[in-house]
Write a new protein. Structure first.
Ligand code: GTP
Ligand code: SPV
Ligand code: MN
Length: 590
């Protein structure tokens, strides 16, 4: 290819595809990434010169940069995200759908000439440990150097991916262009039958870092259905008790509902001797091991975490992770060249530059950082980073948590009666919406398994797939529902959350081992107040009681909306889910 920089890979499938795409997008240059340190420096310089990154104070935050996005490009745009299959039914009522031919045609018009005057970067990346049966390769083409630098942190990028791939054609073809960042010409399209993703018109993380939600969840969930495994919106954390036993827990919570925080929590004063091992904060791929347990890997290599609310009080490990070599997106800039956001430990700055690049003070009447401002940082910078992340076989999972934001109704924690009921708890997950996606915030919506925006096929078939896992996993993890977000009548959170969530994990682990005290209720096993051990918590007996109370009347009222939601899936709704819905209604009546 004329005017190309870097080493062209020997893989002829990559060569041909890049050539075809270059002919459509017409970039001035093609840049083949190798993932080296020298390349990172070169790309960073390009990003700074082009205004994509602004250097921060390198005495205080070495190697760190600020990126400000376009004003209309700050979160995932679910309404512009499509699954393109021949039959609409295969995408399901949970996805926006377009026929593949129509969608390729519409997007090709936008991609044609979109990279004129720009460089097209070729990014080979590996999701999962090298040589692991779990791992998948993708190649992303993009005209955004910000995307390249983020992908470098978030994935195993460059030579390692090409080595894993060899001469194979088995890679996800990921095409991305910022184009003109026009919302009217923004589409994030997935073609599961072609193992292809086309995304245009956005530079935002979940829309543009195609390894993440697009590949590792939407495309991978469909591959998982075909190949017998699960791709989930889950953290992975190892919890070590004082006697040295480690239990790994996966947790599915919707966007901005606490996965990053739980994955790296700091044990409270009252739980000396407990240790946390962080394996992943957003995505898990789970397979049945030869021992009949579920084993999980984190396919990613970094965190793309929510900044607002993050502080040395709430999440010290995240704060320590972002002291160097971090890309901050849409945070506020202080006069000393450091960063700030709402909930940061530093006092509210007298004046700052807000995420839009405008002068800001506390009287400005809007937040200084965007509520969905993010940091991108390598997993290895987390003080609780677990080397198990490298294990090709992953880690064995003892428990799965489904969690969400619910200010009432849902207790702090309860346990399902078994795998089928646990799948039902996941299927009935609902949460108050957050700033991670565009649209209203704080509205309760159904978000099964925290996968509503990420399941790449019909959610009814996905539930069947979940149910079928139990046939192969003879020792499946126990399944729990958690809710850190109940509020009192003054609107304040009742549960202190963060590090104190370890009290809940302790009960979860006891129960997973078949021990621990619980009360059987209509919705599942609920802890008895003493087994949560409220010692040292600034929380009244009656509040503690409220946290674990099951309000039967409210649950009865909830049954109807569950049923209405399930009805949308028609014939695709599995019998096991119907059974559980009926059984719950009967238990609530009894
Ligand atoms: P995504 O990256 O969007 O998938 O989100 P996430 O699930 O990793 O969410 P994260 O841990 O970043 O938390 C989002 C917000 O919830 C932050 O502002 C946190 O401070 C807040 N949060 C996390 N855990 C707790 C908790 O236990 N209690 C309360 N009250 N807030 C929490
Ligand atoms: C989420 O929204 O769930 C995220 C951030 O983890 S993004 O990768 O942008 O989707
Ligand atoms: Mn997420």
């Amino acid at each position: 290819m004329n005017n190309s920089t870097g080493t062209v890979p020997a893989n002829s499938y990559i060569q041909k595809w890049v050539k075809d795409i270059a002919a459509m997008c017409q970039p001035d240059k093609v840049f083949w990434c190798d993932g080296s340190e020298a390349e990172r420096e070169q790309l960073t310089q390009i990003a700074v010169e082009g205004g994509d990154l602004m250097p921060l104070n390198h005495n205080k935050l070495p190697g760190s940069y600020l990126h400000r996005s376009a004003l209309n490009d700050v979160a995932r745009t679910e309404n512009l995200t499509f699954v393109c299959t021949d039959r609409q039914e295969d995408a399901g009522p949970n996805n926006n759908w377009m026929a593949p031919a129509e969608s390729y045609d519409r997007l090709a018009k936008i991609f044609t000439g979109a990279m004129r005057g720009r460089t097209m970067y070729v990014i080979p990346f590996l999701m999962g440990p090298q040589g692991s049966a779990f791992s998948k390769v993708g190649i992303q083409l993009t005209d955004s150097v910000y995307v390249v630098l983020n992908m470098r942190i978030m994935t195993r990028m460059g030579k390692i991916a090409l080595d894993h791939l060899g001469n194979s054609d088995d890679f996800t073809r990921c095409l991305h262009s910022k184009a003109d960042l026009d919302m009217e010409r923004r589409f994030i399209c997935h073609y599961p039958q072609d193992n292809t993703i086309w995304s245009v018109g956005s530079g935002y993380g979940g829309n543009a870092l195609l390894a993440k939600k697009c590949l590792a969840l939407r495309i991978a969930s469909k591959l998982g259905q075909k190949e017998g495994w699960l791709a989930e919106h889950m953290l992975i954390v190892g919890v070590e008790s004082p006697d040295g036993e480690i239990h790994y827990i996966c947790g599915a919570f919707p966007s901005a509902c606490g996965k990053t925080n739980l994955a790296m929590l700091v044990p409270p004063e009252s739980m000396k001797g407990w240790k946390i091992h962080t394996v992943g904060d957003d995505i898990s791929w789970l397979r049945v091991g030869s021992d009949g347990r579920l084993w999980a890997i984190n396919p990613e290599a970094g965190f793309f975490g929510v900044a607002p609310g993050t502080s040395f009080k709430t999440n010290p490990n995240a704060m320590q992770s972002v002291q160097k070599d971090t890309i901050f997106t849409n945070v506020a800039l202080k006069s000393d060249g450091t960063v700030w956001w709402e909930g940061h430990d530093d006092p509210v700055p007298a004046n700052a530059i807000d995420w839009r690049g405008k002068a800001w003070d506390s009287k400005s009447g809007h937040p200084a950082a965007h509520p969905n401002a993010r940091f991108t940082v390598s997993l290895k910078q987390c003080p609780t980073y677990s080397p198990e992340w490298e294990k090709p076989e992953g880690v064995p999972i003892s428990a799965i948590l489904f969690g969400a934001r619910r200010n009432k109704l849902v207790p702090l924690v309860y346990q399902s009666f078994g795998w089928q009921h646990g799948t039902f708890l996941g299927a009935t997950l609902a949460s108050e919406t957050t700033a991670a996606a565009t649209g209203a915030v704080g509205v309760v919506r159904r978000d099964p398994m925290a996968m509503l925006p990420f399941c790449g096929y019909n959610m009814g078939d996905y539930w069947s797939h979940w149910l079928s896992m139990a046939k192969r996993a003879t020792h499946p993890p126990k399944i729990f529902r958690v809710n850190w977000f109940q509020r009192n009548d003054q609107g304040k959170f009742i549960w202190p959350g963060f590090g104190e969530n370890l009290r809940v994990l302790r009960w979860v682990i006891e129960r997973s081992k078949g021990a621990g005290e619980a009360e059987e209720t209509a919705i599942g096993y609920v802890p008895k107040a003493p087994s949560l051990n409220g010692d040292g918590l600034n929380i009244s007996k009656s509040d503690l009681h409220q946290l674990i109370t099951v309000d039967r009347e409210s649950w009865k009222a909830n049954l109807k909306s569950q049923g209405e939601y399930f009805d949308k899936f028609g014939d695709h709704l599995p019998g096991g889910i119907k059974e559980e819905h009926k059984a719950l209604a009967e238990r609530l009546k009894a």
